[in-house]
Design a protein around this ligand. Sequence first.
Ligand SMILES: CC(C)(COP(=O)(O)OP(=O)(O)OC[C@H]1O[C@@H](n2cnc3c(N)ncnc32)[C@H](O)[C@@H]1OP(=O)(O)O)[C@@H](O)C(=O)NCCC(=O)NCCS
Length: 231
Amino acid sequence: MIQTLPVPFRLRPPRPEDTAGAYAVCLKTGDFGRDGEPFYRDDPEALGRVFVGPYLAYEPELARILEDEEGVCGYVLAARDSRSFYARYEVEWRPELCRRFPAPTGDPAGWNRIQQIHHVYHHPDYFCPEPYDQYPSHVHIDLLPRAQGRGLGRAMMAEVLGLLRQVGSPGAHLGVSLPNVSAQGFYRKLGFQSLIQVGEGADGCLYLGYRLSGSVGSAGSPAQPGLSISP
Ligand SMILES: CC(C)(COP(=O)(O)OP(=O)(O)OC[C@H]1O[C@@H](n2cnc3c(N)ncnc32)[C@H](O)[C@@H]1OP(=O)(O)O)[C@@H](O)C(=O)NCCC(=O)NCCS
């Protein structure tokens, strides 16, 4: 169910050689949706190891890579059952991160972004919003600036939610940092509904949900998902 996109963009399943490009997209959107490169110069893959790598490794059938003639310029990633995904991450992925990257010490208020994400390696946040049985899947989407604002994010989200529906998921959630108000506008436009806010300010995260099945009228259950590709 590959979406048809405007030339020169193409959405396709991931290949092993996409990993570096996908990590780079994560970096270049890693400052609350903006370019994170200045903050991660000493460890440019720090974010990708958490937010990209495990998804490509464990659920590649739910991942899609966006590319143009310059290369990888976006991705959408998903986990069918978030708790199962995190359980596997905990056992198979996180030990290697902890082995390679020591936990930062000292006053957390003085930590830089790299130290903050290395702290996450050692103290993961596996929070899933309730009701879990209605939103067990979760999704990540990022596009480089050259791909943004062209309807591609909408098409990619339609693709991944369609894939999740095919594998029987009743719904998906995602977390968006509070400062990333632009992404929040995008998700709401697509029909995602607020589930819960955790934390405040730059550390805060808003969880939104999208129902793929179930009774119409429950939270986040549009009768018809507003996720067709618009002209
Ligand atoms: C957020 C992001 C995924 C959106 O993808 P996109 O391709 O730029 O968005 P689209 O062009 O597909 O927009 C889809 C719809 O959302 C609307 N929209 C986009 N941003 C919006 C905003 N800030 N407020 C309200 N609506 C918005 C568009 O107007 C469009 O509506 P339409 O189809 O009715 O015309 C993309 O811009 C991105 O990757 N940003 C940087 C990384 C990021 O923030 N990722 C999310 C982390 S949680």
